[in-house]
Design a protein around this ligand. Structure first.
Ligand SMILES: *[C@@H]1O[C@H](CO)[C@@H](O)[C@H](O)[C@H]1NC(C)=O
Ligand SMILES: *[C@@H]1O[C@H](CO)[C@@H](O)[C@H](O)[C@H]1NC(C)=O
Ligand SMILES: *[C@@H]1O[C@H](CO)[C@@H](O)[C@H](O)[C@H]1NC(C)=O
Ligand SMILES: *[C@@H]1O[C@H](CO)[C@@H](O)[C@H](O)[C@H]1NC(C)=O
Length: 242
């Protein structure tokens, strides 16, 4: 992957306001302040996650312990969903690659801890279905802390996820061999296309776009957001060092 230099020229997130993509990416090395976490990844999320009003109705909270202010949430609760999405963006930002991509998993358990003077912390347990790429299975957990601060802070995420267990070098190698045969720089538009299809040769570029936008979606998230990237509008390879 380091052999290539790409820029994702246009991304169409669900919510506007990501025009600073390139600036963000350039500064990403300096702003990687959050703790290291593990993997997670998976199938292509063509579909957009819409927050249904009805989801709020599913909320069924149960007070576990008044002193600790721990609250067990229904896993379908919108607050659990939003926290899970933040974890997914963070993991994609840290771990995503051309052949390793994560999307939201089934949430088994969700607990909210209100830490007085600090913020809200979510404890989530996910189950992992076997992905189309057979990258990972199992159960993992994530902790997401939304700090209550005056200045905006990206949510903090810890995860036990160990997703990219599959040796992806074979996929990458196939990709590089294919790229080496290209006599011109690669460019493309609209991934997926208007029918939601992603041609197999375009998948790595879709992953690339998702990984790039994940950084911004993670950083811009708060307890009220549910960001997702839907379409890579266009991309352009700038150079080849092969
Ligand atoms: C999480 O959910 C599973 C069932 O899906 C249950 O067996 C387990 O005890 C739960 N764990 C916690 C910490 O609530
Ligand atoms: C993540 O883990 C570190 C080290 O154990 C801990 O200090 C930090 O509070 C954790 N953050 C969250 C959001 O759980
Ligand atoms: C991954 O597989 C390639 C061959 O396909 C092998 O050369 C490489 O050592 C493997 N890497 C790991 C970490 O297993
Ligand atoms: C969460 O982020 C959205 C979008 O950036 C913003 O409009 C909203 O004010 C933020 N909410 C909080 C509580 O910070």
């Amino acid at each position: 992957m380091s052999l290539f230099k790409w820029v994702v020229l246009g991304l169409l997130p669900l919510i506007n306001g990501f025009v600073l993509l390139n600036d963000h990416l350039q500064s990403s090395e300096m702003t990687r302040t959050a703790m290291d976490s593990e993997n997670l990844h998976n199938e292509l999320p063509y579909s957009t996650l819409h927050l249904e009003e009805a989801e709020a109705a599913l909320e069924k909270s149960m007070l576990l312990n008044t002193d600790l202010r721990m609250e067990k949430l229904n896993p379908a609760n919108y607050r659990a969903t939003r926290a899970a999405q933040v974890a997914v963006h963070y993991l994609n930002y840290k771990q995503g690659s051309l052949f390793c991509h994560f999307s939201r998993r089934k949430i088994e358990n969700a607990t909210l801890e209100e830490i007085s003077g600090v913020g809200n912390k979510y404890f989530l347990t996910f189950t992992e279905d076997e992905t189309p790429n057979k990258h990972a299975t199992g159960v993992h957990t994530a902790e997401i802390l939304f700090r209550h601060t005056i200045t905006k802070m990206a949510p903090e995420v810890n995860s036990t996820y160990n997703g990219c267990v599959k040796n992806i070098s074979e996929d990458e190698n196939t990709f590089y061999v294919r790229m080496r045969k290209q006599h011109q720089l690669v460019a493309g538009k609209y991934i997926p296309d208007g029918h939601g299809n992603i041609p197999i040769e375009m998948e790595p570029f879709w992953h690339l776009g998702y990984t790039a936008s994940s950084y911004i979606m993670w950083k811009e998230s708060n307890e009220s957001t549910l960001f997702n990237m839907e379409t890579v509008l266009s991309f352009q390879q700038l150079a080849s060092f092969l």
